[in-house]
Structures are given as structure tokens and as C-alpha cells.
Write a protein that binds this ligand. Sequence first.
Ligand SMILES: O=C(O)CCC(=O)C(=O)O
Length: 506
Amino acid sequence: MVGCRSLLKQIRKRKRRKPHKRIPKNLKQNPHLTEEQQQDFATEDGFSLKGSSPSQNYGVQPLGNFYLSLSPHNSRNTGLGNIQTLTDELVLDILGFLRGTDLGILSTVSKSFYVFCNHEPLWRNLVLDNCEIDNGFLFKGSWKSTFVAAHNSSFDVSKIGSLGFKVKDFYSDYLFQSWLCANLEMKNEWLNRDNIIRRKGISLDEFVSNFEEPNKPVLLEGCLDNWPAIKKWDKDYLVKICGDTRFSVGPVHMKLEDYFTYSNQAQEERPLYLFDPKFANKVPKLGQDYETPIYFSEDLFSVLGDERPDYRWIIIGPAGSGSSFHIDPNSTSAWNAVVKGSKKWVLFPPDVVPPGVHPSSDGAEVACPVSITEWFMNFYESTKTWKKKPVECVCKAGEVIFVPNGWWHLVINLEDSIAITQNFVSRRNLLNVLDFLKKPNASTLVSGTRDRVNLYDKFKKAIELGFPGMIDEVVVKDQERKAELAKPSFWDSVKDSHSGAFKFSF
Ligand SMILES: O=C(O)CCC(=O)C(=O)O
């Protein structure tokens, strides 16, 4: 019997998908699409499926096809009995309470349960919930196979994937879109908009006055040329030096070699992402293979020594993995250097909340109910007509992006990627960070450290000790900058008859 609390926890764990806004037009209008046909039609509409073979979709078609179908039955409903009136999300929420064996048995009850019970995210949750946090899992091509193999090592799971029957006349937007997002190639028009400012070989002063002080993103080329990582790091090298080391991957820690076994086969909507803040302690060699570019060398949190919040991460993921919209922690700025692969970036300035994103009023939580691919499908287009357009680019191996504090950003890997990112405080964002740490709800807002509430006092004291006068200096500078911004322009003072300034008279 599942308790109420665990029921709620499980429901919350599966991110909710908003009702779909757009299913690609041709996919929706063509009845009885087989997987192969879907592929053809998708291409016609500018949507195409990934080159590798698409994952199982058990014949699921978008609901729009039902209205053009010759059959009066949607086998989604007939096979669900009394619970057919529930939405797909609710049916899946309920199935999420079952153990793997029960899910397997239920899948034999009807065609409809067969499709629902084979929904891969259900098996993914079961694997992640049941595997030891510190042991991870060994991926076997699908989450269901992984679950079965973990529970019955003598079972030949290689057959599980190939047994996917196609169910006739099964229509569900939710399930179809989930499958589509896992298999969809990024459209060229999502990648082509590239309006970030690029700079190569600029001085530190130019960086500070043109980008850091005005808080604007920039893509920096050529500043990783001396990184040994650029020449050395690839999957084989990393497996050789730390294949047995456990890194943080979503909710589990897994051996790097096992993670690559997963990421080489993963074809899902939200692939697990390796994102580890302790990588340089675990494998000091990795820390020695790169250095902070000069533009970001001022790192004031270092005054806190071991008590500083997490600040650097190695990031590894397959195509399709990435980070959905967020603002970086503790009001820090960041740099993100691509060592292998490439990443599409979409950034919005602090005063523009991206479409489809719903931050809570205190900023402590961000509800972004859609996956990254779904965001591109449903929201990207609308930003084209916005007055404040997002800053966009594809950041390739050897390039670094500067992410100023407070900017919303979304990132998707376009191929297998390896990157290093660091968050930092310099004197240009020191006041923002101090203000952030001082907020009354610091205990929920501050992240990456255990002592969230006292971080403000500790940091301020350490800065006063290590850099006497710095805080006063930046306060004065900030007041001067604000006064400068508040000054009317020459044209405003000319127009304003009350200002007593020079006026035109005719
Ligand atoms: O996925 C990525 O590389 C972006 C990481 C990111 O946005 C972050 O660390 O804040």
C-alpha cells in the first residue's frame, strides 16, 4: 500500500508536461502514420528525426490523427476501462506507484496498458529509485531492460527492445510528444539565429568595460588555446584516467565508464547529465588540464577557502542533454568553456522572463514545465517578435561564453559534449552577491553550501579582512554609476522646460 506522502512525492518527481501547443502540422494531419511515415512527414514539415534509429513508439499517433481515422475507436480508451476518463498524465502518475513486476503484469492486460506500461520514464524512475545512490546502474539500451537486468541477471534483456509491438489506432498527444521530443533533431532555424557579440584577443580592460560592467554576454574565441584539456580530453582519455571514478549524475553517483555506456545509447527526452562540482578533488589531473581565462581571474569567493559555495563543474552529456532555463546561483556570473562538442545557448536579460518559465515570487523556485526540445517546439518561435530578443549562439569546442549575473539561460548539447563551467564573484558583481546573500529568505535561496544563513556575514568579514576598503569603493562606484544613469541626457534637458537648462527658442 502506498502512503499518501510517497504518492505525492512520486507525482511531483515526474515533471509535468503542459498540454501541447503545437504538434508538427503534417504529423497531426496524416492518419495511420507508421514510424517510417512519421519520419518522412516530419522532414517535409521542417522537423526531422535523429539519424540513429528512433526509439520504440508502439504505434502511438498524435490525437489529431484520430479525427481523420476511419476507425471510430481510440484503442487508448477501450483498453483502459474505467480510468479512460483520466488524462494521460494522471494515468501515468498512477502507474508510477507500481512496482516493476506489477507494471510488467499490467502491460499484458490490454493493448492500451501495454503502451502505457512501457512508457520509458516509468522505468527510468524505477531504476533511479531502486539503484543505490552510490552505485548507479548499468544501462542496457532501454530503461525497462536496465530494470529487468538489475533484478534478474540471468534474463536475456537484448530481446526486450525488439519486442515492441505496434498498437493500431492508439492516439495520445502526451505520449506522442514525449516520443517525438526524444527523437527529434534540432531544426536549422532553431540553430541559425546567432546574435551574440564575439571577441578574440581582447584585453582584460576591454572585457570589463564592454561586457562585465554593462552586464552583457559575450562569446570569447581563442582563449582556451593553451588548455591541455582541448588536446587531451575525449571519452577514451577520460575513461583511461578516471573511468572508475564516480561522478554526480542527476540523483546518482556513477562510474564515468558506466555513464558513457548510458550516454552512448540514450535516446530520451531529458537525458541524464553529468554535472560534478568535486571533479578536481576527485581527479586532480582534470583540474590541472585547464586554467581560468584571464577575464575571470578575480574570484572573491576564494576568501572563504573550503567554505566557499560550489563554484566549478565538469559537464558531460550526449546530444539532447542540457540545462533548462535558470539563473545562476547566488547572483554570481559564470563562464562556460566547451572542450568537446557544441552547445546551443539562448539567454534572456534579467528583466525578461523567458516564455514558458514561471519563477516563484521570491525567486526560490522556477517552474519550467517543458523539456528543452519541447520549449523549442512550443515557445521559441514567439520570441522572434519580442522587442527584447534573446541573445543566441552555438558555442563550439575552444570557445567560452560569459554569462553575466541575473541572465536567464537555456543550453542544449548538439553533440556529445564536455565542458567546464565556473561561477565567480568579481568586484563588478560583489554588491549583487552581497545583496543576494543578505535576503531574508537566504536559507532557501542560497545554494551550493551548507551554511546558507551565515554566508553573508562570513563573506563580508572575509572580504573586509582580505581586501580592506573594497566594499566602500564598489559602493561609491555604484552610486556614481546610478547618478550617471539618472542624469537627463542633453536632449532631455533641452526638452524639459522645468529643468532650467538651456532651451531652444524660436
Ligand atoms: O549545460 C550547460 O553546459 C550549461 C550549464 C549552466 O547553465 C550552468 O552551469 O549554469
